[in-house]
Design a binder for this molecule. Structure first.
Ligand SMILES: Nc1nc(=O)c2c([nH]1)NC[C@@H]1CN(c3ccc(C(=O)N[C@@H](CCC(=O)O)C(=O)O)cc3)CN21
Ligand SMILES: CC(C)C(=O)C(=O)O
Ligand SMILES: [Mg+2]
Length: 306
């Protein structure tokens, strides 16, 4: 069933669950319901157990284990360098840390381009070993569409991703704005329509002009999730390391679309510096940070003449 029909099939029905577990895992129904009610869908990346926990505590709708973790937390120069086994290790750690967001993993570069068989093998591992509920694939070129249909038929919800697709940065001329000409805007729109037709449950629009994202959102019936696509979309995604300031500001350039909500790295360095000077000034540890020994033990110990 296409996602459009899936949404329609229950849009007038009451919520199927509420009296059950206090905080169950969000499902496609929750995503569709937010979309139907015009409520913003919140998506943030997570790359390990701790960030997975943070998203759960903040009640974020969709946790994306994005391949951007290659750059933000593993120090690779681009997402294409990321080995699949390393990615899977991170997916598993997020899954252990987050029991309530709808978990989506990226399909990393080199793990699906031979199409259906290879993509099926990779997606099965991400679902079975990684514990994700959905998978995101970059690009809306015609070659990928039958593969998306196949994955859908297996019961794996697929999220599309168009505009700036970082796995193609070498042929896009870098991390650049996309869709700023009639031809490229029309191309992106055609990809979005084809992805909807293939049954994706949402589409990430990355680094495209606001008006184009608005136009796309108004003309399709699945949620759009923007990153550098302005406010006229159904939801937003940011990379957690960017929004919380987890990367060294001295060697990380922030795209225009990033809003900083914390200075994690800077505050971490401050904490470490204070710790170091505490040690030097003998302010830490104090007696209270240690343990008392039972009465008489030290006297007995000395008598042993060790
Ligand atoms: N930390 C991080 N955050 C991301 O959002 C992200 C990654 N890494 N890695 C994979 C891709 C790369 N992304 C990026 C990286 C840089 C820009 C950027 O600086 N763009 C220019 C556009 C300038 C123009 O074309 O006019 C900018 O200044 O915003 C955009 C997307 C998004 N993804
Ligand atoms: C920026 C988001 C959409 C992503 O694909 C990633 O973090 O890898
Ligand atoms: Mg990605």
């Amino acid at each position: 069933m296409s996602f459009v029909r899936f949404i329609r099939s229950f849009s007038s029905a009451p919520s199927l669950r509420s009296a059950h577990a206090s905080n169950p895992r969000k499902t496609l129904l929750d995503i569709a319901s937010r979309y139907n009610q015009n409520q913003a869908i919140s998506m943030v990346t997570a790359h390990d157990f701790i960030t997975g926990r943070m998203l759960e505590k903040a009640n974020i709708d969709i946790a994306l284990v994005g391949d951007s973790l290659a750059m933000t937390t593993l120090g690779y120069k681009d997402t294409n360098e990321l080995p699949f086994e390393e990615f899977l290790y991170h997916v598993r750690s997020v899954a252990r840390g987050n029991a309530t967001s709808f978990l989506v993993a990226d399909l990393p570069f080199g793990t699906f381009e031979r199409l259906t068989d290879q993509a099926v093998d990779t997606c099965v591992r991400l679902v079975k070993e990684g514990g994700v509920q959905g998978i995101k694939v970059e690009g809306g070129n015609p070659e990928i569409l039958p593969t998306i249909r196949k994955l859908n038929s297996m019961g794996i919800p697929i999220m599309g991703h168009v505009g700036l697709t970082p796995q193609r940065h070498n042929s896009l001329g870098g991390f650049k704005l996309q869709g700023n000409s009639v031809e490229t805007a029309a191309q992106i729109y055609r990809e979005v329509r084809a992805l909807q037709e293939a049954g994706v449950f949402a589409i990430v629009l990355e680094c495209i002009p606001n008006r184009l994202a608005e136009f796309i959102t108004a003309n399709i019936q699945v949620p759009t999730i923007g990153i550098g696509a302005g406010p006229g979309v159904s939801g937003q995604v940011l990379v957690i390391a960017d929004m919380l300031g987890m990367c060294d500001p001295d060697d990380s350039h922030m795209a225009k679309f990033v809003k900083g909500y914390d200075g994690f790295f800077k505050r971490g360095v401050e904490g470490l510096k204070t710790y170091k000077s505490d040690l030097e000034e003998k302010k830490f540890p104090t007696e209270e940070h240690g343990y008392k020994i039972k009465k008489g033990i030290m006297d007995e110990l000395r008598k042993l003449n060790l």
